[in-house]
Design a protein. Structure first.
Length: 592
């Protein structure tokens, strides 16, 4: 009994200590919250947000540990922050640096919509360019949505149109005696052409030229509307590009010639007395911390960006902003569907596709979410093609930007066998297997005629299943789907005309549709709950420590190695190599 009393005394002491720690933590949180409410977010009472759009902007922010402290902003960061800023009376306008970001047309269209929405709230936008260096139209499409456009003296306007290039490796493979073997469904499915062709095939050229023409037409129409210019005037400048700044102003494409400090002064004058410039990144962070939307209807935001792969991520150091793992995203959609606080699901897709199996896994989760009574709307980013289109098929509605690359309803299956290549460098590779097709996925041994027949047979089965699901999901006759499928990539504008998407619009248009479907008032604010949920910094560190105590010590050196240009180029090349498995991927797509 004495021993038991002694043990109970120890247990009570431990429990009392834990209780005191918990109470202290709760009190500390309350005190800090109170201080925060009193002191605010520390931002000025009259400010102009300063956004630098001269760098690469991805659709989704990187979420890995290695990205802590970086000041990069994604497309979604910008449009969410502009939404917060348009409701903040302290924010009078935005000052944007543009001209060398090489923005794709669809990204530019999403940002343009967000800027016009911001201006619609009575705010101003002033942009400044030291030169529009890119020959593409994206950077200027963003600038054209401004109240004022400034260019530096003695600068040049290079924006001229839409263009695309492609790399073809057949000649290289011939020299190194590698054997590319692919089946594609059908002639427009050009992802394997880089391995099997020396030049554009007729269908590849036709589809690419149509994409470029669509980008050009929608961009010119949008800019002409935003700048109140005759279309022929704008086209004349584009055709004469590169053009000196004086002619650009004379034709009405810009409003002022001046240096960046002069444009800043103009913004400061518009904002009024005592205006301060605030970095967009700083305001974005403050807005995330401040604007919880507590009490508003909740919409689950599932942001699927990158290539679609099977399985689950097991590397805590990886950047998951460019990867869609089947297990992770199917689970995220199921969790959102089972969350009673979630009224609807917004699936943001920015993906060229990937694994057919993982794509089907995610699609099934979307269908189950709808069956559970949760409306699902898809907002397509720059690209939602092949597998990216496939996972969208279960939604109530699909919205695409006019320039979004989508469709690519087709199948590719193949590999490059390099067994003969080894002999060129004096190496010998040999494989053994038990079973007729034990070496079917080998990267050394080519498929024989019987195996190629099996590849074609299975590709037909998967293509038939893909087109049938499109017909079901889009409520289209199968014959109509087969006409617009065949592996062809369409822009959003062309896909809309063919019934592959329901509406042309960006993120906020998708939110409006979702409100309607979920019975939320059109003017009601909503709260976004992100899926899949991330554990943040401490969860990542915990996973690292579980694996190895030495991992943290290697972190800095590993990051430096992975960021080296040569390593990035090598990884990029390896990622494009086929694995021998069947895929829904659109492959190399135009970017300008």
């Amino acid at each position: 009994m004495i021993v038991l009393s002694w043990l109970w005394g120890i247990v009570k002491g431990v429990l009392n200590t834990i209780a005191r720690v918990v109470v202290f933590a709760v009190v500390l949180v309350i005190i800090l919250a109170g201080i925060g409410l009193v002191s605010g977010d520390g931002l000025p009472s009259n400010m102009v947000l300063e956004l630098d759009a001269r760098k690469t902007i991805e659709d989704k922010t990187a979420s890995g540990l290695l990205d802590l402290g970086q000041q990069s902003l994604s497309v979604m960061d910008i449009i969410m922050t502009l939404d917060a800023a348009q409701r903040d009376t302290r924010v009078k306008g935005v000052f944007i640096r543009v001209g060398s970001g090489d923005l794709s047309v669809p990204k530019a269209q999403e940002l343009r919509d967000a800027l016009k929405r911001f201006r619609g709230a009575g705010k101003f936008v002033i942009s400044h360019s030291q030169s529009f260096y890119s020959g593409g139209l994206g950077d200027y499409v963003v600038a054209a949505a401004s109240d004022e456009i400034w260019m530096q003296p003695v600068s040049t306007f290079f924006s001229s149109g839409s263009s695309a290039g492609a790399l073809f490796l057949k000649g290289t493979f011939d020299k190194i005696e590698a054997t590319p073997q692919f089946v594609q469904r059908y002639e427009y499915k050009n992802v394997a052409n880089m391995f099997t062709e020396m030049d554009f095939t007729a269908p590849h050229r036709e589809a690419t030229m149509r994409i470029l023409q669509s980008w050009y037409d929608t961009s010119v129409d949008e800019v002409a509307t935003d700048r109140n210019l005759p279309r022929e005037t704008l086209v004349s400048v584009l055709d004469a590009s590169p053009v000196q700044v004086e002619e650009v102003r004379e034709k009405g494409l810009i409003t002022h010639i001046g240096y960046d400090d002069e444009a800043r002064e103009a913004a400061e004058e518009k904002a009024g007395e005592d205006a301060s410039f605030t970095p967009f990144t700083r305001y974005a962070q403050a807005a995330r911390n401040r604007d919880s939307g507590f009490g508003d209807p909740t919409i689950a935001l599932v942001h699927a960006a990158g290539s679609i792969l099977e399985g689950d991520e097991d590397d805590p150091l990886s950047d998951t902003a460019d990867t869609i793992y089947g297990d992770i995203y199917a689970r995220a959609i199921r969790e959102a569907a089972n969350d009673d606080s979630v009224r609807a699901i917004l699936l943001r897709v920015d993906s060229p596709g990937g694994s057919a199996i993982a794509s089907d896994q995610i699609l099934q989760a979307v269908k189950k979410a709808r069956a559970a009574g949760k409306p699902v709307v898809v907002s397509m980013g720059s690209v939602a093609a092949s597998g990216g289109y496939y996972i969208s098929l279960g939604a109530n509605r699909i919205l695409a930007l006019p320039g979004t690359l989508t469709g690519s309803i087709g199948v590719v299956w193949g590999k490059v066998a390099v067994g003969q290549t080894m002999g060129l460098i004096g190496a010998t590779a040999r494989e053994l297997g038990v079973g007729r097709n034990a070496l079917f996925l080998s990267g050394l041994t080519p498929w024989d005629d019987t195996q190629m027949a099996k590849v074609n047979e299975l590709a037909d089965v998967v293509y038939a299943d893909f087109t049938a699901k499109v017909a079901e999901g889009r409520n289209l006759p199968l014959a109509r789907v087969q006409e617009v499928a065949r592996g062809r990539v369409w822009t959003g504008a062309d896909a809309f005309e063919r019934g592959l998407v329901d509406e042309l619009g960006g993120f906020w248009a998708a939110v409006d549709d979702l409100k309607m479907l979920a019975g939320i008032d059109a003017g009601q604010r909503v709260r976004f709950k992100s899926y899949p949920e991330t554990g943040g910094f401490f969860a990542t560190v915990s996973r690292l420590l579980e694996g190895s105590s030495a991992a943290l010590k290697a972190l800095q050196g590993l990051h430096a190695i992975m960021e080296a240009d040569a390593v990035k180029a090598l990884i990029g090349a390896l990622e494009t190599m086929p694995s021998g498995r069947i895929e829904f991927t659109a492959g190399s797509l135009p970017t300008q």
